[in-house]
Ligand binder design. Sequence first.
Ligand code: GDP
Length: 615
Amino acid sequence: RLKAAKEAGSRDVLRSPICCILGHVDTGKTKLLDNVRRTTVQEGEAGGITQQIGATYVPGDAICMRTEALRKGKEFELKLPGLLIIDTPGHESFTNLRSRGSGLCDIAILVVDIMHGMEQQTMESINLLKMRNTPFIVALNKVDRLFEWQAVKDAPIMEALERQKPHVKAQFEQRLQQSILNLNEQGLNVALYWKNPDKRKYVNIVPTSAISGEGIPDMLQLLVRLTQDMMSERLMFISELQCTVLEVKVVEGLGTTVDVVLVNGVLHEGDTIVLCGMNGPIVTNIRSLLTPHPLKELRVKGSYVHHKEIQAAQGVKLAAQNLETAVAGTQLHVLHKPEDLEGLKLLAMKDMEDIFKSVDRSGEGVCVQASTLGSLEALLEFLRSPAVKIPVSGIAIGPIHKKDVMRASVMLEKGRQKFAVILAFDVPVTKEARELAESLGVRIFTADIIYHLFDHGRGCLKRCGGGVQVKDAEQEAAKGDAVFPCILKILPTCVFNAKDPIVLGVDVVEGIAKVGTPICVPSQGGVDLGKIASLELNHKPVDTAKKGQSVAMKIEAQTTTEATRLYGRHFDFKDELVSRISRKSINLLKDHFREDMSKENWQLVMKLKKVFNID
Ligand code: GDP
């Protein structure tokens, strides 16, 4: 059956599921991939494992061989032709692998280091997996690091565990429970795969060692079982082409090429293809269909195998003209009938247009720019999430040019400085764009790795400079109108100037006196005097004076009426001076200066609210 399925390219059965590896740095993602490749290759030619563009194909035969010890002679009904594992582990390739709005990746392996448990990027990975609704298993890796672990090379994990000393088993159990608890805290139901009460509700954990190979058979078998048993509909081979652009790359001698994952269907040399381009659809012909040379020794740089035809699922490099503006993370289409051209062009642009449509470009917000459609989409989702909520008014893919800076500068014209920002991920900024941004006052924040965004949840933007400065700018803008509360007592012997600008010595009885604060006299029917223009404490200028301090204060009139106010006639030392607050100024304090306000100061605001009859 297997052979038949293989020969037929499994047209009648299922296609190979596409599998991604995610997890924190150094948990062993690359090593796990190496292990799957190495052991199967070592076990002989029949393994037929092939290195592809951006992916490794593990055929059914190799999976059968690798899981033999686990099955103990029992048959394993393999309905899949194999597994296509994406070679680049991590967030980027995962976010980039999208297909018609959903994740292209059928199943993922989340790698957790048993010695470290939950780490920052483990949580980010979980969020990404949840966001894309991608099923996954947890590889609890590095079991061989448990103290006095006895290596049982490439053994099924239960067999390896049984051979361990009691204290090693106890250690394993303790770390496992800790990991389970951590994952529970992330809102996940998890269970060791052989103890899983309900595979649809609990995420499976498989303990592994990427070094000595324990648990690798279990991991492969689990990936196969979960995909073929639970996703058969999704994995049905269809002749309709399903092909996603992974990367756009310039290759010496070939020009601009695209690396694609061919999920379903067949590609031929000479096919007319339609792709999504930055400036509109691209229609071109496949000049070459390429895969790496299978024999590693012969693989000199730039040497590829040319194919007349390639069938799914595979990672392939395509060479053709006009690929320079192709957008990574979009679908590739093949034109069979000339009359379909216009329809395919629309289809090719649809993913990008849907994302562009999701942004209100006439509204207010920051501009976001990313290297691929997948990362742009992930960023937008992130910025929209309730914990972040940063409005976006412009988006683009690719390097930042002057026109992008111009787009962001529209916010300056609207008087929304805080949104005159470009958040750029994994894209270069041209020199001209940087210079223009500096002269216009548009801020560009760059981060090279998308997951830096996710690093500390809300704090992510701090890492790339965004959050903090956006907040600072907001505070700056609010400063003029925010009013801190204070009650001041005039020192009768220190009246230096009775009329505008009024200059007096005062005691700060309560609250904070700040430069810019409007001052009035409630006991005289709320006579306004003007705003605090300057403060001096011990003959030194200060911005703020706190409760208990005595300062010299200059009050400048803001209106012609205020300019007529006279000490001794409209008010005198028996009157208290207070901050003139309003509903608006209170809201600004709440929104932007919460951290700067003590409980006592809020109580003072309440008191002044009554004085000014504010609801
Ligand atoms: P990645 O950053 O997740 O891709 O991690 P790597 O695969 O590069 O592994 C990081 C380090 O951990 C390397 O030094 C590996 O040799 C080591 N490592 C990975 N897996 C295992 C394992 O199962 N056991 C042990 N002892 N070390 C491992």
